[in-house]
Structures are given as structure tokens and as C-alpha cells.
Write a protein that binds this ligand. Structure first.
Ligand SMILES: [Fe+2]
Length: 269
């Protein structure tokens, strides 16, 4: 675990030509308290380990996608940022992502250039070669289940298919799995730009407010590196990296888990 200074000093991928943005921000006023509590306990919504799987053994045996670049960035990113993209051979798996495509039209007319998702620093904990999967909850992971759904769109509101989304985050106790791939995973958007991440609410660690890291890359475009934040967090006001444009509209689901919708908006020209 490292303080904020570690993240601030880490390579910052300045890929201004590609960005993410959120849409449909639904501030959940009562969520802050619940969220803070959630970081400190293990709700029943996430199954405890059913086997003797230690945290270090939760990493997938072999990532299904060997990270050769999906699309060569037009701007060469730092060395730590070059292996985000898995092979295109796994693109077809993106079809497993979307379970809610029927209600959405292909183009979102409410999106424009102002919705372009801002970039953020990568931080020190990114690992290449994450497994391809929509759920990053491995055996042994505890915490409040969180499902983030949305689309990858252009600033014209057009869906971006086969966009790479690579997520990584701390566990509910505020620790990253730097030995394996627990709470790490990548996926591809489907034909209408849909993605869905199933994870747990990340815990806090010194120097940072609650957040989830993500890299998003449209085919043949640069990687956008950014972070997603949580509403009503006391540390949002003191974390210099916090950006309200990256706020997840967290809501309570009937089953006790948390849900949010977030669209990444990329300036892909
Ligand atoms: Fe972090």
C-alpha cells in the first residue's frame, strides 16, 4: 500500500486525444455512509471463499488474451502503459458483456464533446496481462458487490464496438493484488458499445479517496487512462486527483448490492 504521493509520481499517461466521461450522474445522497461502512465489513452479497483459495492464488492461470496491442496508440505511451490491449482474437467475447442492450438506441444524442471523459494518472498498481472477464470477483474476495454498466461512446454519441476496458482496483480492505490478478480484468465493448463490470466496492488506502482505475481504448486509437469515483466520500474534497466528472452514480440494488451506470466518451474523431 502506498500513499498518494506514489500515485502522483507514477507515470501519467497524457493521452489527451482520447478520454472518458460519465453520463447520467445520479447522486445517491444516502450512499456515502453506507459506502464507508462497506469498506470495513464483508456484506453477504459477495460469497466468501468456498475453497482454500488464498488471495495470491486467485489470479487466473492464464489470461485468455495475451496483451499485444489491440490498437497501436498514435501517441506512444510510457512503458508501463503499452501492454493494456489484449489480442483481437478475444474480441468476440465482448458479446458476453451486454445483457441490457435492448432498451438503448445505438446512438446517444445527448452526448457531445463536453462529455468527453477526462484522463487521470495511472498510479503505481497497474498490471499488464489481466484476464479477460466481466467479473473480477475471485474466490476469497469479500465486500459489497458493485455492478457498473454503461457504454463506450464517441463524442458524437456513436457507440464504439470492440473497445478495450481494463479495470483494476483495491479490495475492500484497501489493498491491491500485486502478485496476482484479483480485482483486475479486461473486457471489450459489444457492437453497441456496452460493457459491464462486476466487482466489489474498493476500500480506502492512505492518501486517496475511494476509486477504481480503468484504461479504455477504442480500436486504432490511443489508450485513455482514468479513474472512477464514489459519491459522498469524505476524502473526495481532499484528494487532488478527484474529478466530479468521473463520479459513479451509485444506487442501491434490491439484493443489497450497489449498481451504477457510467458511459465512457472518447474523442475518436
Ligand atoms: Fe489506486
Amino acid at each position: 500500500m502506498r500513499p498518494r504521493s506514489g500515485e502522483s509520481n507514477s507515470p501519467h499517461v497524457s493521452l489527451s486525444s482520447t478520454r472518458l466521461t460519465r453520463r447520467g450522474f445520479l447522486g445517491a445522497a444516502a450512499f456515502g455512509t453506507a459506502l464507508a461502512v462497506a469498506a470495513c465489513r464483508a456484506p453477504a452479497t459477495v460469497s466468501p471463499p468456498t475453497a482454500n483459495a488464498a488471495a495470491s492464488s486467485t489470479a487466473p492461470a492464464t489470461p485468455t488474451a495475451a496483451p499485444t496491442a489491440l490498437a497501436a496508440p498514435t501517441t506512444a505511451p510510457p512503458a508501463t502503459d503499452t501492454t493494456v490491449a489484449p489480442t483481437a482474437t478475444t474480441v468476440a467475447a465482448a458479446a458476453t458483456v451486454a445483457s441490457s442492450t435492448a432498451a438503448l438506441t445505438p446512438t446517444d444524442s445527448n452526448v457531445d464533446a463536453e462529455d468527453e471523459t477526462p484522463s487521470e494518472t495511472e498510479g503505481p498498481y497497474f498490471k499488464a496481462n489481466s484476464p479477460e472477464r466481466a467479473s473480477v470477483i475471485d474466490a476469497g474476495v469479500t465486500g459489497t458487490k458493485l455492478t457498473i454498466s454503461g457504454r463506450v461512446l464517441s463524442t458524437r454519441g456513436q457507440p464504439i464496438a470492440k473497445a478495450l476496458l481494463d479495470f483494476w482496483q483495491a479490495n475492500a480492505q484497501g489493498s491491491y493484488d500485486n502478485a496476482g490478478y484479483t480485482l483486475r480484468g479486461h473486457q471489450f465493448s459489444d457492437a453497441e458499445g456496452h460493457y459491464q463490470l462486476v466487482t466489489v466496492v474498493p476500500g480506502l488506502y492512505p492518501g486517496r479517496t475511494r476509486h477504481i482505475h480503468v484504461k479504455v481504448q477504442a480500436p486504432n486509437h490511443p489508450v485513455l487512462t482514468t479513474q472512477l469515483y464514489f459519491p459522498n466520500e469524505p476524502r473526495n474534497s481532499s484528494d487532488p486527483l478527484y474529478n466530479p466528472k468521473l463520479l459513479l452514480p451509485i444506487q442501491d440494488a434490491p439484493d443489497g448490492s450497489k449498481v451504477a451506470t457510467f458511459n465512457f466518451v472518447l474523442n475518436v474523431g
